[in-house]
Write a protein that binds this ligand. Structure first.
Ligand code: IPD
Ligand code: CA
Length: 270
């Protein structure tokens, strides 16, 4: 089996087990255990328990690989491959009982930095929705047996776009101003609250495009690969790779238009 296939199969297996654990813990009731970067940026006991499970399974299967996760310390490893993990993406939905949340697991090679790495494989699993998205470099993006394709044509009715907002209240006004500038391209806007699922949905053609500033590497590592493997484009600042500064994805024509607005005269929100 090619390395990418092997990594993708492992990501899927572990995401399935981790997702079931998150789902079970949700049914038992969730308590918020701390706030992180801002009061609204919460972590639950389940986030930590699920990340520990993923980390244990990965180190048993591939002991030399590095690890970069939301809830625990990074480890560079020795193989040049790093696992980039969000145990529960959409923690606020999870805490409120909204079923849109996901486990996101990606394997990348090279520097563990989204501007430098090459994503090899990824899985995004939404246990409460029963959907496992997966991708491997050169092997496509999939939901079960269905091969995913981004919507490449511009819809004359406007594009169905998703975005997100940072937890820091100081970022809200500039991000809303940017949304106002993007609105003429949109037929409507979704704020699902799960960056990895926004990206998987763009890959699946359920959304035409998505943009967000402030994403962490684990929010987009798996999903950006899905978009690319589904024939879409993913850009960050200066036409570079997506990063915390900006992530824009969709079909090429839409991404060009979004990028012209986002990086236009008024610049990206700070
Ligand atoms: C958040 C979600 C949200 C996005 C935020 C992320 P978390 O991740 O993906 O949709 O807007 O930027 O931080 O905190 O739920 O893992
Ligand atoms: Ca998270």
């Amino acid at each position: 089996m090619a390395l990418e296939q092997e990594l993708s199969a492992l990501a899927v297996d572990i995401a399935a087990e981790a997702g079931e654990l998150a789902h079970r813990r949700r049914a038992e009731g969730v308590s918020i255990s701390a706030s992180k970067s801002a009061l609204a940026d919460i972590v639950t006991e389940a986030d930590r328990e699920v990340e520990n499970l993923i980390r244990d399974r990965l180190s048993a299967a591939r002991p030399g690989d590095g690890f970069l996760g939301e809830e625990s310390e990074a480890d560079r490893g020795t193989t040049g491959i790093t696992w980039v993990v969000d145990p529960i993406d959409g923690t606020v939905n999870y805490a409120y009982g909204i079923p849109s949340y996901a486990v996101s697991i990606a394997a990348v090679s090279g520097e563990p930095d989204p501007r430098a790495w090459q994503a090899l494989a990824g899985a995004v699993y939404a246990p409460a929705l029963g959907e496992m998205f997966r991708a491997e470099r050169g092997g496509g993006a999939w939901l079960g047996d269905e091969r995913l394709r981004v919507n490449s044509d511009l819809n004359p009715a406007g594009s169905l776009l998703a975005t997100g907002f940072g937890y820091d209240p100081a970022t809200h006004a500039p991000q809303l101003a940017l949304l106002g500038r993007v609105m003429p391209l949109a037929r409507d806007i979704r704020r699902i609250g799960v960056a990895s699922l926004d990206l998987a949905y763009v890959a699946a053609g359920r959304l035409d495009g998505y943009f967000e500033r402030g994403l962490n590497p684990w929010d987009h590592a798996a999903g950006v690969l899905m978009v690319q493997e589904a024939g879409g484009i993913a850009v960050g600042v200066d036409g570079g790779a997506p990063s915390r500064d900006m992530t824009i994805v969709g079909g090429e024509q839409l991404v060009d238009r979004l990028a012209a607005i986002v990086f236009g005269e008024q610049g990206i929100p700070t």
